[in-house]
Each structure stands twice: as C-alpha cells, then as structure tokens.
Design a protein around this ligand. Sequence first.
Ligand SMILES: [Zn+2]
Ligand SMILES: [Zn+2]
Length: 89
Amino acid sequence: MRILKMCACCGKPFIAIKNKQVYCCRKCFKKMYRKRMKEVENRLPSWVCQYCGEKINLTFDPRKEFDLWKELKCNNCGKEAMSDNSDFI
Ligand SMILES: [Zn+2]
Ligand SMILES: [Zn+2]
C-alpha cells in the first residue's frame, strides 16, 4: 500500500507504506517523539485519592515541591496524599 501523505512534523509530502505512518522519516518521528516527551515532563500531575477516588489536579510539581506534596489533603475526604503511599500520575 502506498499513500501520499503530509508529514506531521515538517509538512513535506511523502509516500507512506503503511496507513499509520505520519512522518516522512525517522528524524521527524524522533523529533516529535522528543517534543511529546517534553510536554509530558512539563505537565503538572494529578493525584487520585485511594479512599474516595477524588481526583485532584496539582498546582505544583510534587517532584520539586515535596513539602507541598506532604501537606496535600483530599478535598473530599481529607485524607493525606502521603498517608496511603499513593503516587501522583
Ligand atoms: Zn518530515
Ligand atoms: Zn478522598
């Protein structure tokens, strides 16, 4: 199967062999992959309370602001985030 497509990274047209292919070359694929990883890294995580299932979007980065993370409590049931060994996601 050969389809003419536009690269999702550089915008150049290319011949895709597979339908799923969205980048013209390995280089573009890697470039976008790295960009996506960076976005994930910079995104603030959220925490789901193990007791009531309440999801809290954190306004700080718990990997950097450990003191704030230690003091975080569930909005709904008041359990501390640290107390159940749960991790942020
Ligand atoms: Zn490209
Ligand atoms: Zn809770």
